[in-house]
Design a protein around this ligand. Structure first.
Ligand code: SF4
Ligand code: SF4
Ligand code: SF4
Length: 242
């Protein structure tokens, strides 16, 4: 049975426990950054940061509000990054049958810099990053080693607010819809994000455009990539539905 994450951003306190747990589990080195006038750190994904808690600050109904967004790979059900990589190096990106995890293998080193950039460009959420040190494309691996050992992913395990959840896809969809109905009573603009197409289902409380720049990334996507993204959304979801 495919798995899914349900991430309820309305419960997130931006403690960054998930970000740190992800680094710790993967034994990722520290990444030096500069103070840029925000609590978000580092500014974007790196080969050593698969999870980033994004801080978005807005004035809503006359009050300053922080909208937190624990960002990571969505483990798309029909991943466009895999399709793009398959055209050059079959097997560079694989999908785990048991969980639905989209996994980048050592073979991603065989992609040229331009091909790797193409894989990044087709991702609607601007997730993959190429490591200069190893030549590998990197991103969240859904803690597949932990999942295969019957453990929760490190980020889910550490989150104590109920924001991060993992389970069977059908259960997570049900929980997401239940939480959406509840949240809509106080936040009429609340919505789930692309839930039919993704292994990671987000619930947001405010309009989508108020949450970080992946919407802009979509606008910047070259026409071919945008076409691939729209095709992904239009594709029947058959691979891992359940
Ligand atoms: Fe938000 Fe939970 Fe991550 Fe803390 S651990 S930043 S509450 S998702
Ligand atoms: Fe690939 Fe991006 Fe989808 Fe993750 S979110 S599976 S990197 S296309
Ligand atoms: Fe990091 Fe694992 Fe969570 Fe992915 S699932 S963000 S690799 S801790």
């Amino acid at each position: 049975m495919p798995k899914a994450f349900f991430i309820d951003t309305s419960r997130c306190t931006a403690c960054r426990g998930c970000q740190v747990a992800c680094k710790e589990w993967h034994q990722h080195q520290a990444v030096p950054t500069l103070q840029r006038g925000t609590h978000q750190n580092p500014p974007d994904f790196t080969p050593y940061n698969f999870k980033i808690v994004r801080f978005n600050e807005h004035k809503i109904d006359g009050k300053i509000k922080w909208l937190f967004f624990p960002d990571q790979c969505r483990h798309c059900i029909s991943p466009p990054c895999k399709d793009a990589a398959d055209a050059y190096v079959p097997g560079a990106i694989i999908q785990d049958e048991a969980t639905g995890a989209v996994l980048y293998t050592d073979k991603t080193k065989q992609l040229t810099i331009d091909q790797a950039q193409e894989v990044r460009d087709v991702c609607p959420y601007a997730i993959p990053v190429r490591s200069e040190a190893t030549g590998m494309l990197t991103k969240c691996d859904w803690c597949i080693d932990r999942q295969r050992a019957g453990m929760k992913p490190a980020c889910v395990k550490t989150c104590c607010t109920g924001s991060m959840n993992i389970g069977e896809r059908a259960d997570m969809l049900a929980l997401a819809n239940q939480s959406l109905t509840k949240l809509k009573k106080t936040h009429p603009e609340a919505q789930l994000l692309d839930e039919d197409y993704l292994g990671v289902i987000y619930l947001i409380a405010e309009p989508r455009k108020l949450y970080h720049e992946y919407a802009e990334h979509r606008e910047r996507m070259n026409p071919m990539s945008r076409q691939a993204f729209l095709a992904m959304l239009a594709r029947p979801v058959t691979r891992l539905r359940g």
